[in-house]
Write a protein that binds this ligand. Structure first.
Ligand SMILES: Cc1cc2nc3c(=O)[nH]c(=O)nc-3n(C[C@H](O)[C@H](O)[C@H](O)COP(=O)(O)OP(=O)(O)OC[C@H]3O[C@@H](n4cnc5c(N)ncnc54)[C@H](O)[C@@H]3O)c2cc1C
Length: 407
């Protein structure tokens, strides 16, 4: 456990030391090197939540509506993250990615995705089956597929560690094991060190960002709905699968569908799912259902669900029908086999570390927010929907947000 800054005063306090909080602290220090900046994280180790429990895919930015923050900031974030990894010696594997169809009926959706990519200015090609066979011999499609050369992969936790090192080298403080239990404009209260006065507070609390925002009277229309991502590793020799292989996503939901990724060390991995989680940090898997169970959290989520269940914006019964069976490994592997037929449940038996997506629900409309949501004023800023691809986009998101605060 660590102490608050000696002066109990900081120009900037960041709540949450995941990739988003660290990127914001880093961008602030780059703009105002003389400022005192402290990042508090309740965990004793870095990357304990989404920032260390994701696929590590550097997305290219073609999925998102052209007028969205995601479309603007993912391409920039991809380039900035590459540069950062090269500078700090974190490995990147240039896998590229193919998007394949599982039936001829998916062709219009594939073409729609292609048009989005073009509207967003992302390098993306429409390829045929023989091009696909050259790029990724294990993948199958029906007629056409998409090829994204700028999608890559890295080790998500290694990136977070390197970013914390850069924040510290800029004289920022990253205080682990320090839980923020209350905050408001100009102050933050930690469980460990009392009250700290803050020129500006940034809330980058991930799964708890809605709760922290509510302390400031911000984001009052929003509640977090957590969705669990499960993974299985294959026993294939490293390098057998060379490209990430993704399906065409259902545009009604903010998730990309079960896919195969290649890890930075060349292993094949299936997942993640988007199974409704029962509480925010619900990393439970069959066989350890009550791991870290939080009753108060579960009750709050149970009260939020009915609004989502009645949502006219999403196919919620369809989502539940398709996602919940993915607790079964055999079922999940079967879905992946529609993209890569040689995938077999006998080869994918090693469970990966589950992750939970901090997905924001707009309660009045019952809509899952698709874009990043940032609210704030001159005293505080709230990163309310730092969902995928916020790991890719974090450095660009941070520049965008900090340039709006620091004049
Ligand atoms: C399964 C899965 C797969 C994904 N795959 C990808 C991918 O391939 N590519 C990509 O770009 N994105 C991906 N994402 C999304 C990406 O992981 C997130 O967008 C990103 O990590 C969000 O970062 P964050 O800093 O907001 O959240 P977090 O990493 O969750 O950080 C929030 C931090 O706040 C701390 N905290 C919370 N409350 C408090 C408090 N009261 N006091 C102090 N500290 C507090 C927590 O301990 C935590 O460390 C994926 C996400 C998931 C779940």
């Amino acid at each position: 456990m660590t102490s608050p800054p000696n002066s109990a005063k900081a120009d900037l306090v960041v709540i949450g030391g995941g990739i988003v909080g660290l990127a914001l602290a880093d961008a602030w220090l780059a703009a105002r090197p003389a400022d005192s900046v402290v990042v508090y994280d309740k965990e004793t180790r870095l990357a304990a939540h989404a920032s260390g429990r994701n696929s590590g895919v550097l997305h290219a930015g073609f999925y998102y509506a052209p007028d969205s923050l995601k479309a603007r900031l993912t391409q920039q974030g991809n380039a900035l993250l590459r540069e950062f990894c090269h500078e700090s010696g974190v490995q990147i594997r240039e896998t590229g990615k193919v998007v394949v169809t599982t039936s001829p009926e998916q062709m219009p959706a594939l073409l729609e995705l292609y048009s989005r990519g073009q509207a967003n200015g992302v390098e993306l090609s429409l390829i045929n089956e023989s091009d696909l066979a050259e790029l990724e011999p294990l993948a199958r499609t029906h007629g056409h597929a998409l090829w994204s050369p700028n999608t890559a992969v890295s080790d998500p936790a290694a990136v977070v560690e390197a970013l914390a090192t850069r924040v510290r080298s800029r004289k920022g403080r990253v205080e682990m094991g320090t839980e923020v239990v209350g905050a408001g404009p100009g102050w933050v209260q930690t469980a460990q060190g009392g009250r700290v006065s803050a020129g500006h507070v940034i809330n980058a609390a991930g799964l708890f960002a809605d709760r922290v925002a509510h302390w400031f009277g911000m984001g009052m229309d929003y509640r977090m709905l957590p969705f669990k991502g499960l993974y299985w590793y294959g026993s294939w020799e490293p390098g057998r699968l060379t490209r990430h292989v993704y399906p065409v996503p259902d545009p009604r939901n903010p998730f990309l569908g079960v896919h195969l990724t290649v890890t930075v060390d060349g292993r094949a991995k299936i997942g993640p799912t988007a199974i409704p989680a029962l509480w925010r940090e619900d990393y439970s898997v069959p066989g350890s259902w009550v791991d870290g169970f939080n009753a108060a959290d579960a009750w709050e989520i149970a009260r939020t669900y009915p609004r989502f269940l009645r949502s006219p914006h999403h196919d919620v019964p369809g989502l539940i029908r398709t996602e919940v069976p993915k607790y079964s490994r055999k079922h999940l592997v079967k879905q992946a086999a529609a993209l890569v037929p040689s995938v077999s449940h006998k080869d994918f038996t090693k469970r990966g570390q589950p992750g939970v997506r901090a997905q924001l629900l707009h309660v009045p409309t019952g809509k899952l927010e698709m874009d990043f949501v940032v609210e704030g004023d001159e005293r505080s800023t709230h990163m309310l929907n730092a969902v995928s691809p916020a790991w890719t986009s974090a450095l660009a998101v941070a520049n965008h947000v900090v340039s709006g605060i620091v004049k």
